[in-house]
Design a protein around this ligand. Sequence first.
Ligand code: SAH
Length: 352
Amino acid sequence: MRSLDVDQWREEIEKMGEKSFRAMQIFEWVHKKQVESFEEMTSVSKTLREKLKEKYEWFPLKAIFVMKSQIDGTKKYVWELADGHFIESVWMKYHYGNSVCISSQVGCRMGCTFCASTLDGLGRSLTASEMLGQVYTMAKMNGERVSNVVVMGMGEPLDNYNELVHFIRLLSHEKGNHLSQRNITVSTCGIVPKIYELAEEGFQITLAISLHAPNDEKRKKLMPIGEKYSIKELLLACNYYFKKTGRRLTFEYSLIEGFNDRQEDARQLSELLKNLCCHVNLIPINPIKEGGFVESRKKDILNFQNSLEKNSINVTIRREIGRDIQASCGQLRRHVNQSPMHKERERNDAPC
Ligand code: SAH
């Protein structure tokens, strides 16, 4: 329902024999005022509201778990979708506003060895409506506007390309929520052909690349996608994206003790990135029990940062947020899926 754009609404409305200006009204109710039912659309006639109610379902996201960090107030949400799947989102408060991290798929099929989202494979991709639903519902629940959206939750957004692009168009639509595309970040493990495609969309979003290794040999050990596309191919696509959009790239680099956090790794990484307009985000790895990785020591993280800076690479260490509530991708959903509470719910919900 939230997936319909203005033109699609116009078609629908005309089919119902109503005046086409109603399409824009409805679009504004859904995306600007972000109502959650047709009853709330008070400028729309009662008869049309009834017709709409008969034809469309809202599929609201059901918050089944909300956890608030005692350290920094970050909130993590686990939602149940209409078909019973679970996804996660995160709400973060910064000095500049509220940033939300949303999921693009139920699970993931990329197989990165340190990531909890991929452990059970891919359930399904989310619709644009379900991605918007995460943003709008959190705004409503917190009673505040969202200023930044990062597609860095569960799933690989470029593995759900069409719905992602539709989501970005709707979220930034001037008659709707009108979020500046500069405040939207999409993070990818690096599906090279899709980066070229995204470069042609005319967006002003930030592209973040999960690099995590300074050479192909190490990257392949962490990320199966590294077997498909070399770092060289990936960086060529990144360079193209920058040339087309003028947007500085972000590279995410999770530091793993003794694996990719040494001075030689920093040197190789600087060499790779020296000619790109980019920013490196260092993330201390958040160990998952299935991964067997250990987080880098503080001193090594700082040395790594210094080394990149000396090579004139723009770098920051990502503020650790919500660690006490398992805020990394897919961690909490697994917890919910495996908890006795969920098992109990399943029993209660099962048809007899
Ligand atoms: N599939 C996308 C987006 C989801 S993950 C991607 O690969 O970019 C968002 C970021 O968190 C990615 O950089 C991912 O590699 C990283 N990440 C996932 N699990 C992590 C963990 N346990 N510790 C640190 N970073 C992690």
